[in-house]
Design a protein around this ligand. Structure first.
Ligand code: ZN
Length: 248
C-alpha cells in the first residue's frame, strides 16, 4: 500500500550501509518508523527532507516490518534554527520529547499543528521559555494528562497551593497533608499554568513572567512529564549545562 503525509522528522539512526531508520511524526498516521534507503549517499534526493526537525511531505510504501520512504518534498527546513545553537537545541529537545512519548500509529493532529507553530516561532523569533513550556503542556494534554487547576481535586476548595502529581490536579492546604507526591505551586506560577492551558501562541509570546516563576514552572512541568513518561530527558540536562557555560 502507498500513502503520503506531511511529516515532522524526529530522529534518524543508522540501519545498514547507506540506509537509515527515520522516526517521523506524521500528520495522518501519528508516529511512524520508516526506512530511508540510500540516504547516506551524497546524491540522495531524500537527504534534505529527512533531517531532524524538517517539515516534509513524505511518500511511503508499506512494508512487512517497516514502511519505506519512497519520495519526499521539503516544506520547511528551519534554516535560522540550524544556524543558532540555542534554537537548534530546543528544536531537538521538542523532537526528543515527541519521539519518547508518542505511541506508534496514533494520529494527534492538534499536537502536530502545535509542534509546527512552535518550530515556526523559534525559527522566526528565537527561543521563548514560556512557549517551550506551552509545548510541554500541550504534549501532556494530547496524551491525556490535562492538569486540573481550578479547585482542590479532593474537597473542591477554590484555594489551592500545590499539585498532586499522580492524581493530576491541584490540592488545598488541608488536603495536601494527606497526599503524597505533592509539588508546591506559588500563585503566580499557577496563574501562568492556567494561562498556558487556554492561550494561543501569540498571546503567550507577549506574556512577561519573573525568572523565579519561569523556573518553578519549568521544574514542575519537568516533574509532571517525568512522572508520566517515566524517563529522564537527557537533552534537558545538556541544555542546562550549555546554558550555564554560554550564559544563554
Ligand atoms: Zn482540599
Amino acid at each position: 500500500m502507498y500513502y503520503q503525509s506531511r511529516s515532522i522528522i524526529l530522529k534518524t539512526s543508522d540501519l545498514r550501509e547507506a540506509d537509515k531508520i527515520v522516526s517521523i511524526f506524521s500528520e495522518k498516521a501519528g508516529k511512524i518508523s520508516a526506512v530511508a534507503r540510500g540516504i547516506k549517499k551524497p546524491k540522495s534526493s531524500l537527504r534534505a527532507c529527512v533531517q531532524p526537525f524538517c517539515h516534509s511531505l513524505l511518500f511511503f510504501s508499506s512494508g512487512r516490518e517497516l514502511d519505506l520512504i519512497t519520495q519526499g518534498k521539503l516544506i520547511q527546513f528551519y534554516g535560522n534554527t540550524r544556524e543558532d545553537i540555542q534554537r537548534m537545541l530546543y528544536a531537538v529537545y521538542i523532537m526528543e520529547l515527541l519521539d519518547k512519548s508518542l505511541m506508534e500509529r496514533m494520529p494527534l493532529s492538534d499536537l502536530y499543528l502545535y509542534t509546527l507553530q512552535v518550530l515556526n516561532y523559534i525559527d522566526e523569533w528565537g527561543v521563548n521559555q514560556l512557549i517551550i513550556r506551552s509545548f510541554e503542556l500541550k504534549l501532556l494534554i494530547c496524551l491525556g494528562y490535562t492538569p486540573l487547576l481550578n479547585r482542590c481535586i479532593k474537597c473542591g476548595s477554590p484555594t489551592v497551593s500545590s499539585f498532586n502529581i499522580p492524581e493530576g490536579g491541584t490540592v488545598c492546604d488541608v488536603c495536601q497533608k494527606e497526599s503524597s507526591s505533592i509539588y508546591p505551586l506559588a500563585a503566580p506560577t499557577l496563574a501562568l499554568l492556567r494561562l498556558l492551558l487556554n492561550a494561543n501562541i501569540k498571546t503567550i509570546s507577549r506574556v512577561k513572567a519573573s525568572t523565579q516563576n519561569l523556573q518553578q514552572l519549568e521544574a514542575f512541568l519537568e516533574a509532571y512529564l517525568e512522572y508520566h513518561l517515566e524517563r529522564r530527558f537527557s537533552l534537558k540536562s545538556t541544555i542546562r549545562t550549555l546554558k550555564d557555560r554560554m550564559m544563554l
